[in-house]
Design a binder for this molecule. Structure first.
Ligand code: LLP
Length: 421
């Protein structure tokens, strides 16, 4: 459910017609709906209402790090799951409390670990013994204790795209499950660390709850083993990963289905559960608005609808072959079959082939739906196109939440050394 609906023949974001946004902010532009974001935070929270203890919710900043989006999350009582010093700084800038921030990632640098300690974040999810030893040394040096969870790799195939699968033994994430208990107990002895729990995240865009359930069962067994060996476990971070429908009619497990599975599997664990949802909160709270540059007809072949958005603005189709529904802002009722492409000079800049879509002509506006997660955040300036703009809508209000970064602003940061003269 989202608040991008047709009213009076035109697609609106809440109460704002998209043509108004195109006029005011230009295209391509990402549009986020505040009401949709808020609705999803509530639906996710309500899905977890059956848990024994109040959970800790940390929005996966990587899915949409825009400051205004993070502010909405903070207002809804969400903390943040961050994976870099940059994301940590954003979460704080958006008003999240340091103790509500979890720091994940396999490659946290010494400087990033230090930043986390300096800011007093809630939890480091450590992904190797090496990282744990470094963090212990650094924390002890600073006279601090770092609250930690050990991320476990449960060796489970999440059944998602291989590039976004994280819980198989040959993925770089987490420590091998057969080494986890002994490693946890070793790390727990180090001054500087407070080992308080385990973390797991097996992948993203998960359409089946079964692999998640298997992973959580394995984690439950580890909790018992650690306690049995005298260790303490007060927190378990179950990660994110819940999928969203990208195609009209596609059905995904709901937050309520997910929540009841979690409640069933974790009954009796006696821990505070933590969650790191990203896509399920932000995914369909955003669209990418684009304008048709021209329609290229090649005789009897399928025509190319060339839009002003490209793979540098929305990378998912080029990177993962992902589907995004594509709809006209003012559908005429006529339909066409088209290849939807951007202007970038490589064939990978293709959003869809042979797509049945609303009939479109030069100058028409259209949207890629479900672009609120892993959209703008994965943008680049390839082909010197600059960085795409972002706006947020709230009822009938609309505001820029990220100005377009123009190619000239990017070249302004480049230098030609005088020895090239
Ligand atoms: N926690 C951890 C440790 C993660 O690695 C991720 C996502 C999340 C939470 C949030 O997962 P979500 O709830 O959003 O599924 N760029 C890809 C997605 C990469 C996801 C990486 N990790 C895409 O566009 O599909």
């Amino acid at each position: 459910m989202d608040y991008f609906q047709i009213k009076n023949g035109e697609l609106h974001a809440e109460d704002v017609p998209l043509s108004r946004i195109a006029e005011e902010f230009g295209t391509p532009v990402y549009i986020y709906s505040r009401a949709t974001l808020e609705r999803h935070t509530r639906v996710f929270r309500e899905g977890l209402a059956g848990l024994e203890k109040k959970p800790h919710l940390a929005f996966a900043v990587k899915s949409n790090p825009n400051l205004a989006v993070l502010r909405v999350m903070a207002r809804e009582g969400f903390g943040a799951d961050v994976v870099s010093g940059g994301e940590l700084a954003r979460a704080l800038a958006a008003g999240m409390k340091p103790e509500d921030i979890v720091f994940s990632g396999v490659g946290k640098t010494w400087a990033e670990l230090e930043l986390g300690l300096e800011k007093g974040i809630g939890q480091f999810n450590i992904e190797s013994e090496e990282e744990g030893l470094e963090l212990a040394e650094l924390a002890a040096e600073r006279g601090q204790t770092a609250r930690c969870a050990l991320r476990v790799n449960p060796d489970i195939d999440a059944g998602t795209h291989e590039k976004i699968s994280t819980g198989k033994a040959d993925n770089k994430f987490g420590v091998p499950i057969d080494m986890a208990v002994a490693m946890y107990l070793r790390l727990a002895k180090l001054p500087g660390l407070e080992m308080r729990g385990l973390a797991v995240h097996i992948g993203s865009q998960l359409s089946d709850l079964r692999p998640l359930e298997l992973a959580f069962e394995k984690i439950g067994a580890l909790v018992q083993q650690i306690r049995g060996a005298g260790g303490s476990v007060t927190h378990v971070d179950l990660g994110g990963g819940l999928g969203v429908p990208y195609r009209a009619g596609e059905v995904m497990p709901s937050p309520a289905d997910y929540g009841s599975m979690v409640a069933r599997v974790t009954r009796g664990w006696d821990v505070t559960l933590m969650f790191e949802p990203g896509r399920v909160i932000a995914g369909n709270a955003g669209v990418l608005l684009t304008r048709v540059v021209r329609v290229k007809r090649n005789g009897n072949r399928v025509p190319f609808v060339i839009v002003d958005a490209a793979m540098n603005d929305l990378a998912r189709p080029a990177l993962y072959g992902s589907w995004h529904d594509f709809d006209a802002v003012r559908p005429s009722g006529q339909r066409m079959v088209a290849n939807i492409v951007g202007p970038i000079c490589e064939t990978g800049d293709t959003f869809a082939m042979d797509r049945a879509t609303d009939a479109l002509e030069r100058g028409d506006l259209a949207v890629f739906r479900t672009a609120g997660a892993y959209g703008a955040t994965m943008a680049s300036s390839y082909n010197s196109r600059g960085f795409v703009a972002e706006v947020m809508v709230d009822g009938d209000k609309v505001a820029s939440v990220a100005d377009r970064i123009l190619p000239a602003e990017i070249t302004a940061a480049e230098r030609v050394p005088d020895w090239l003269d």
